[in-house]
Design a protein around this ligand. Sequence first.
Ligand SMILES: Cc1cc2nc3c(=O)[nH]c(=O)nc-3n(C[C@H](O)[C@H](O)[C@H](O)COP(=O)(O)OP(=O)(O)OC[C@H]3O[C@@H](n4cnc5c(N)ncnc54)[C@H](O)[C@@H]3O)c2cc1C
Length: 440
Amino acid sequence: MDDRSLTTTDCDVVVVGAGPAGTCAAIVLARAGLDVVLLERGPFPGSKNMYGGVVYPRILDELIPSWWEEAPVQRWVTRRSTMVLTPDQALTVDFRSQRWGAPPYNGATAYRPDFDHWLAAHAEAAGAQLVCSTTVTGLLRDAGGRVVGVRTDRPDGDLRTRLVIACDGVNSFLAKEAGLYPPVDAANYTLGVKETLALPKDVIDERFGVRGREGVDIEILGGTGGVNGGGFVYTNLDTVAVGAVLKLPKLAAQRRRPEEIIAGLKSHPAIAPLVEGAEVKEYSAHLIPEAGLSMMPRLAGDGMLVAGDAAAMCLAAGIWLEGVNFAMASGMYAGRAAVEALRAGDLSTAGLAGYERRLSSTFVLRDHRKLRRAPSLVLSDRVQHVYPELITSVVERMFRVDNPAPKPGLRRIVRDETKRLGVRTRDLVRDGIDGLRSFG
Ligand SMILES: Cc1cc2nc3c(=O)[nH]c(=O)nc-3n(C[C@H](O)[C@H](O)[C@H](O)COP(=O)(O)OP(=O)(O)OC[C@H]3O[C@@H](n4cnc5c(N)ncnc54)[C@H](O)[C@@H]3O)c2cc1C
């Protein structure tokens, strides 16, 4: 290490934001014996951020072996459904696996205040200094423009450091201030809104067909009342989360309130029986960096790395809404690259390049590259407003018994329905190819 610069710094690394990205970075750095300060604006980790409710914690195997024995989990997801809704129809693909209800598990529902708090306790146990109720208000730079610390809203103010890792969530103003982001486009963001609804555990078990700690994850296409987006329903022990993810420009153009859209979703004939009689315990909303790879900033600058939602790493691709695992992984790899760069004494953009190299060889950037067309495809007008009706009307005609007429056959039904809905074959083929490239 460079001793001269150490004498002018307060710590080796400042990590901004104690969400899953920041906390995993802090765990790695503290375990490597570095002096880490983890700054969080909320009174405790998990107090300011929100999400739908399902964590896929496989990446934690590397940081906290047997995490499932101690993580504050509500239910283990053993049922995963995808629903296509039109105003009066629903087609559900329902998958159930008992294997997911046993170690090493697949997904879990968890409350973020519990989960983020628990994860941050691991960072503290490793020696990181967690400082809450402290908002970072800007970056400190040296004469050459290199990031050398952060300004905070505390009376004792600025903190000088050798490296800043920005994990301050979606719309990261630190990454923007560092000049790492291209110009912001509102079309790259969705607004996520959620109601947490209280119901007795036995009622949830009965309605969702689960027992004990088994849980359900339902992802929904359609049902957002003309605003492009999607919906979700997740089960906790004695609450159900119902939410929607809404494309910002469409929401603004339609002048609809998000809570009206959730009310519409809750009253859909396929959802209403699941949540009937439930009491709203909480309403929350947050932006999602929806556009994936196409909106990602540069991931490193001189003296700075960016991870998690701050780097637009949330994967929002229709049948998947995964942000916490991408945040934990990118934070962990940022931590590892930082340890390497600090030991080599090179915190320039080039010295920090190990971060992007690590992301490129793992699911974080590989999934984003493979699914780079998915966000715009899934949120396109055809997928949102035409294909749900096409799919459900084809299925309705397959199952409808029109005696004395004979059964029409699938090819004829598809031909009739595409014609009725004005779907052009070339659009269908192009979207099919895009879909296959992304999801195939
Ligand atoms: C409605 C909705 C549903 C979602 N559903 C899911 C889901 O089911 N599963 C899933 O995996 N992902 C889901 N996501 C995405 C997931 O929430 C994010 O991808 C994930 O939280 C990103 O983690 P992070 O650590 O990067 O950022 P965050 O969790 O946002 O944490 C950032 C932290 O930084 C702090 N902070 C911000 N600015 C400052 C500052 N200036 N100074 C100090 N601290 C600061 C914040 O208080 C916060 O604690 C959902 C998101 C939304 C909005």
